[in-house]
Design a binder for this molecule. Structure first.
Ligand SMILES: [Fe+2]
Length: 238
């Protein structure tokens, strides 16, 4: 039976920094480059992910969903399908030598205490790594992550007022030591959206592969953030 068209209301068009692909193989094998720093494989999944979340139950923070835990949940056939779809994705990524995890996220740690720069995942940020790396993401249920084009954002540390504030906090000169201070505190990885910015949603069930900041990366990192929500989310991340 043909699958219905993708129900995601905000599926990004195939242009500029985002490229839509049509299979897992294409998603896994297409290199970042030519300004493309986000690949999306749009999907419609059949399982009942709401039921899985309901059976996981209440919690706080992040619940790691390993295979035995998921398979131990008492679910209907539709919930069983959802669990298998999640585990299948986990296997696909593991098959690439990655280390994916499935999570039910009730809340992430938040920095809401008047920090000069918020460095939690609710803030637009780039993932970073010392070596070649990439981030994979899929939201199966709940509010999805979102991203922003590089030209629509500016690093907080490049905003003069914020930089001056950080220099004061550092208590020194704008020198090598200050760069290390910014890096150690991850201040240099967080961004402010420009007024005209139009963030795009990763949508539900779509599998994304996004660029990470690392030495020698051929593209700028994909700037993204987690949604602020009080409702649980089901997520695959690697
Ligand atoms: Fe991230």
């Amino acid at each position: 039976m043909p699958k219905p068209s993708n129900p995601n209301p905000i599926l990004p068009p195939d242009f500029d920094c985002i490229k839509v692909v049509h299979s897992f193989e294409e998603l896994a094998s297409t290199p970042f480059g030519y300004g493309v720093n986000a690949f999306c494989w749009p999907r419609v999944l059949d399982g009942d992910f709401a039921e899985v979340v309901e059976k996981i139950g209440l919690g706080d923070g992040i619940t790691l969903l390993d295979e035995s835990f998921l398979q131990g949940l008492q679910v209907s056939q539709a919930g069983y399908v959802a669990i298998n779809e999640m585990l299948q994705d986990e296997r696909l990524l593991s098959g690439l030598g990655l280390d994916p995890v499935l999570n039910c996220i009730h809340a992430y740690p938040s920095d809401d205490h008047g920090a000069t720069i918020s460095t939690d995942v609710y803030s637009f940020h780039a993932d970073s790594a010392p070596l070649q790396s990439e981030t994979w993401l899929c939201t199966y249920f709940g509010a999805s992550s979102e991203a922003i084009r590089n030209e629509e954002a500016v690093r907080h540390v490049d905003i003069p007022k914020t930089r001056a504030h950080l220099l004061k906090l550092y208590g020194g000169q704008d020198d090598e030591g200050f760069y290390e201070f910014l890096s150690e505190n991850c201040y240099d990885l967080h961004y402010s959206a420009l007024p005209h910015a139009e963030p795009y949603s990763f949508g539900i069930a779509n599998l994304w592969r996004i660029a990470v900041q690392y030495p020698g990366s051929p593209v700028q990192p994909c700037i993204h953030r987690a949604p602020r929500t009080n409702s649980p989310r089901l997520l695959l991340i690697s």
